[in-house]
Design a protein around this ligand. Sequence first.
Ligand code: PAF
Length: 314
Amino acid sequence: MGILVARTRQELRAMIGSLKSTLEDAGLRSSVGFVPTMGALHEGHATLIKKSSKENSITVVSVFVNPKQFAAHEDLDKYPRTFEADCELCLKAGAQIVFAPTPEAMYPDDFKTKISVDEMSQVMCGAHRPDHFTGVCTVVLLLLNFVAADRAYFGLKDYQQFAIISRMTQDIVHPTRIIGVTTVREEDGLALSSRNRYMDATARAAAACIPKSLRAAAEVFLSGETNAPAVLLAAREVLNSVSEFELQYCELRNAKNLTEVEARITHESVLAVAGFVQNADGVKTRLIDNVILTHDPDRLESLLDFVRLGTAVK
Ligand code: PAF
């Protein structure tokens, strides 16, 4: 069977309903997994979709470039749109339905509601993109309601987004379980992102300092350092050594509530970096990445994998 494409939430509900009844008629239990995206899908998305299709009998992927999360000067119009290839990737990775609504189908003319999560949305990326997370929360809550999934999968590259959405669904007691999935990286550690395709060789070379800086901090942390400024310094030294990289922020935050870790690292924390690299023609790309500093056995393995990836390319 090819991929099913729904353009409205009514079509989406009908498709999910019919797949569920087919499974239930055959005596099988059904569960729905959901992967929200803005399209321009890459291996990172494929990993989310594969995980969802392993854990659920039905996987829905949304492809919607959400205008509410872009500021006027940002890249909404030039955000890459590759719908045919996206559908192929979804099918290959095991999804059954692509939900690709128009902006009008998501936001009718009389749409007035904004969903926002206090404090956590104003720091880190939110300090530089003031309405961004309100746009994200508004669309994600609508999508979660439309799909009514058992589980929804988010990449941990956008850690702040994951933390805010987890907070939102917990606060409003939303029944969908939010699952964070480890970042997929290139050989030198660069996190996969739909925006990576904007970079030329010059920008790409400069971008390598981001995973390098995170790894430097992770190594200091794993060596037993619990002093936040010392861990941050390890990352900042790498970032500052590359003059082609324009740092926006490099911060250490509590992984749950995103408050700043200023002195000792006593809880699971996230070291997050955002900044710009520039193509030879002057076009800039904004990149973000992070590493979760943890001793929790459930997540320690992916931290160690990340550090090992660095050793392989040093
Ligand atoms: O991470 C993204 O691609 C977007 O922010 C999301 C979650 C699909 C909401 O538009």
